[in-house]
Design a protein around this ligand. Sequence first.
Ligand code: HEC
Length: 406
Amino acid sequence: MIFHSRKPEDLEMPLDGFLQAITPIDLFYVRSHHYTPTVEAESFSLKVSGEVGTPVALSLKDLKKMPRIELVGVMECAGNGRSFYSPRLPGLQWSHGGVGNARWAGVRLADVLKKAGVKASAKHILFDGADVPVGTMPKFQRTIPIKKALDPDTMLAFEMNGQPLPQSHGAPLRVVVPGWGGDCWVKWLTGIQALDKEFEGFFMKTGYRHPGKGVPPGTAVDPAQMKPVESMRVKSVIATPKDSIVFPQGMSRVAGAAWSGEVPLAKVEVSLDGGRSWNPARLTSSNGRWGWQTWDYAWNATPGSYRVQARATDASGYTQPSEQEWNPSGYLWNAVQTVRAEVLPLQMTSYRSSCLGCHNEDLIRGQKLTRAQWEREVEKMMRWGAQVPAEQKANLIDYLAARYKP
Ligand code: HEC
């Protein structure tokens, strides 16, 4: 994991996670506003109150007696990708991995609300976790509108990937709001309140708000002019090849994962020329309506420099933008990602073994030398231990001189 903060716990999934159809728990991103609480499963009680006929308190046993549902769902932090915004914004500096895809099991939130006799006056459902704020920081509380709360796929989950919910992921009970930002997926859930209006707390009225459209970079927007973040946007991430990679020509692949929010994912395409032409990628998982799909594109890579991109389109026809519009909190990043790759001719494959053993290509790429200087450089490296087959030495010097010249 990539550590952003140990306490509160904020961990990011590395890029390789996007090659897995289901994210293993030990790679699944963690986002916490407060310190991680311990909630004992035995004494656990979920209190349902507010605009209901009969307030109830349910133990874990009570919940497990109710009809069980299961689904694969992608959860993404609203601020995933924040580090790519310019000008930069405060908040966790996620790159791509503030997202994961798990199999969740639990009960329908709708069933729990019905058990308490939710009234017609209930318009928003408030989730309250057992985590305790530090200092005078506000509690982390979120509401979702009643319509999404009653959706048959909105869930209170006690299992993740077939195991009891782990502590970092909200044990023993968390909210699962498929298609919506992770900020609604409240962890360590101990209280639910049905409200007749949207909650007034900090994390609804100030935090997790988006202007609904892009604004000129650097503009401050009054939170009253913004709306709570709800659905996530269609997005794809390339897990392989890695940026700045150098590899020999031949069969290779471009692969990663793609997902969407309320509007389902429709397709993924791959470009090798920086977006001038696009080719369909093959979806390689079947994670259902709310999961991410892994995808794959077979690439017969010929020598050259490539700008590899992937773009996903949702069922409404909306495609990831090539340029990201800016918003004041750095939410909902979904611009097309670009990965630079250098494919070497076959006769140059000794370049990797000869030159990229002690250091990376970055040291070489930074040089702008003449052929004579490259010749001296290669000979110096050979004296230092670089193994260059005699028949490849001239090729290697030609290659370096052609690419990294003054
Ligand atoms: C045995 C290890 C090793 C191998 C193999 C190796 N290098 Fe280096 N190279 C180094 C080290 C160590 C440095 C850094 C020297 C320094 O910073 O003083 C370096 C530095 C460089 C630099 C920076 C300029 C300089 O001379 O400090 C270039 C360019 C370079 N290497 C090119 C190559 C090329 C091309 C090859 C393949 C022919 C190669 N290296 C293979 C160890 C190696």
